[in-house]
Design a protein around this ligand. Structure first.
Ligand SMILES: Cc1ncc(COP(=O)(O)O)c(C=O)c1O
Length: 392
């Protein structure tokens, strides 16, 4: 049994919190942090950003990175600094928060269909004319036209076309073209192009299968793009794509921009889709995000208990960093169990990092990222919309 002292004086953590608030992080290490918490491996994260940026530059496609994965203006700013032409958002709240952080060229990828969301979208556009939204329904084009006219603005509008997912997107061909024409002729809407998000292709296992699925799912969108161009509609952007299909969609050449998001961190399930060169592991981007927990009990052989459970979104499909053979079990709101077949296992008080199964879900329950280089904490980034947000 180890005997090292794990905690400092009683006010140690209060002092750490006040240092974090001032970003005075000198000598701060993972041992000083509360758990469970989110850790970003700075080197892997920066390498992921660079790989995507280099890929886009080489293949001539733009990146309008999806923010829902990280919900962090700090990260969005880094993506933009490396050449991204904008940011895609899943919710109006994400658009508002990024806009307040001074970020422009935002595209809302889900149509704002309530009075509340339309008002908020129009307010963002009034402040920032580079903001735009998608629509997949003629009724929404009418509502947005009316709202934009009442505020005397012109709202950038993209028609979202079905691309293999039955959740959002108008049927390709005549219905999509008709909607594009409607938007184009609406006085207070500015038609800027089409979107087709092939989310089913993104997570298809096997590179050949994923390539076939992406081409198939995007075919209707791309045929509609060609028809819209022939009809003389102004197509500034064709938006779509994902982390799983980034190197497929850039080859297909139909999209002008990728909406990839997960590539910055990756997660345990996304890695299983397999890559071009490795059928079992998608290694184009490294695993940069972990949930760090502490071993809180070791009373039973071959297992230990950690302080991350349901509320930390611990899942049996999570993977323990450095211990891929260890099994993860969720044991309640604030407890998780790690099990192993042989070997010495984990010690009481030990820090254990777990790769989450799904980034978007896990990110939604934490307030901040602790950015680490080895054991040292070198930066702390807030996750936006965590305090008092009516909608995230
Ligand atoms: C509309 C849209 N675009 C882009 C993405 C980002 O995909 P990925 O995280 O696979 O890169 C998502 C993710 O769900 C999405 O819903």
């Amino acid at each position: 049994m180890q005997s090292r002292l794990l905690v400092g004086p009683t006010n140690h953590y209060a002092e750490i919190e006040s240092r974090i608030a001032r970003l005075d992080l000198k000598d701060l290490t993972k041992e000083d942090l509360p758990t469970p918490c989110m850790i970003v491996d700075q080197d892997i994260f920066e390498s992921n950003l660079q790989v995507m940026s280099d890929h886009c530059r080489k293949t001539g496609i733009h990146l309008r990175a999806h923010v829902k994965v990280h919900k962090s203006p700090e990260i969005a700013k880094r993506q933009l600094a490396l050449g991204a032409n904008g940011i895609t958002c899943a919710t109006v709240a994400e658009c508002e928060l990024l806009s307040h952080a001074g970020i422009s060229n935002l595209l809302l990828t889900r149509q704002p269909s309530s009075k509340n969301n339309i008002g908020r979208a129009i307010a963002i556009a009034k402040k920032d004319p580079t903001f735009g939204t998608v629509v997949d329904d003629p009724l929404l084009a009418d509502w947005l036209q009316e709202a934009a006219a009442s505020e005397g603005i012109r709202l950038r509008t993209v028609v979202d076309v079905y691309a293999g997912m039955t959740r959002h997107g108008i049927e390709p061909g005549a219905p999509a073209l008709e909607l594009a024409n409607k938007v184009d002729s609406a006085k207070n809407l500015k038609f800027v192009g089409l979107m087709g998000y092939a989310g089913g292709a993104a997570h298809t296992h096997g590179f050949a299968e994923r390539t076939a699925r992406s081409k198939n799912d995007l075919s209707g969108t791309l045929e509609t793009v060609a028809a819209a161009r022939s009809a003389g509609l102004p197509i500034e952007i064709v938006s779509g794509g994902s982390t799983g299909t980034y190197n497929i969609d850039s080859e297909t050449k139909g999209l002008t921009e990728l909406q990839a998001g997960s590539y910055i961190f990756m997660d345990a399930l996304y890695r299983l889709i397999g890559g071009k060169d490795d059928a079992h592991s998608y290694n184009d981007f490294g695993m940069a995000l972990t949930v760090m927990s502490t071993v809180i009990s070791i009373r039973h052989a071959g297992q230990c208990t950690i302080d991350a459970g349901n509320k930390a979104l611990l899942k049996p499909t999570d993977e323990v960093k450095g211990w891929p053979e260890v099994k993860v079990e969720n044991q309640g709101a604030e407890y998780g169990i790690l099990k192993w077949e042989d070997g010495s296992g984990f010690k009481l008080g030990e820090r254990v990092e777990v790769y989450p199964s799904n980034l978007d879900n896990s990110t939604a329950v934490y307030d901040r990222y602790y950015v680490a280089r080895g054991e040292n904490i070198v930066d702390v980034w807030s996750i936006m919309g965590r305090a008092g947000a009516a909608q995230r």
